[in-house]
Design a protein around this ligand. Sequence first.
Ligand code: UTP
Length: 297
Amino acid sequence: MNRHQIKKAIIPAAGLGTRFLPATKAMPKEMLPIVDKPTIQYIVEEAVEAGIEDIIIVTGKGKRAIEDHFDHAFELEHLLLEKQKLEWLEMVRKSSKLANIHYIRQKEPLGLGHAIWCARKFIGEEPFAVLLGDDIVRADQPCIKQLADIFAQVNCSVVGVQEVPIDDISRYGVIDPLDREGSLYRVRTFVEKPPKEAAPSNLAIMGRYILTADIFDFLSRHEKGAGGEIQLTDAIQKLNERQTVYAYRFEGKRYDVGDKLGFITTTLEFALDNQELRAPLLHYLQQLLQAKKNVGK
Ligand code: UTP
């Protein structure tokens, strides 16, 4: 195997999803459907398209539906076969054949950094990918593949970033860029959720990472950061003090599905790109907008 090739990925999906309560009380937010596919399936598909062979999903309390989704559904498959609903059968089977999917439980949602640490034995010494369970990226080339290609060139950890409006910056991990070559940045510091006034840039970390296994040295310290959580960004900053960690401004559009407005706009956009739904949805939206305008008259 080429030692620069990324073969393993972690998808953390054990968070509480408080921004989406009460919907996420008994249902994982990673299973919220965007049109007809759960969010986490888009993310698994991105990893598979990038050539990743083994995926570990970090789950927690109330997340059983994720395991069921990527498992065989014998009764359903049998029923669909009996009824000769072959197209649906293929769709149902697809999710159980995507990749080798493994699971580990994070016993308590202590933060993203802790969730990644939970998967350390699965990763071993290899560099690996991280794709957040509630962030979809649509791009010509899978986002995580773009980062993996950069990793192959520089042989250092790479974090995916994009510009965000400065008013939103305190929701993200942010980079303080040292210098850049095209879309690749060397980074002075990585800061988690800085207040707007203290934000060193408007370049935010967007849920995609390629990391060397050295990150576990820092995650194993279990140090709490912003919001009292064990933050991945803090460990990345420590790693950056020992070995270079790059930031790469990837091509593509990122959708934050874990946020109510993000979920609604993502659903709308994906539905408008769906051939079957586009015309009736546009028609409905036009009528709705007209009706809403008339209400105020
Ligand atoms: P988020 O911060 O978006 O998830 O973490 P959250 O904590 O569930 O969301 P809110 O803020 O309460 O609404 C990004 C990803 O990391 C996972 C989440 O499941 C999500 O996919 N995560 C977060 C964990 O796996 N464990 C944690 O302790 C925290």
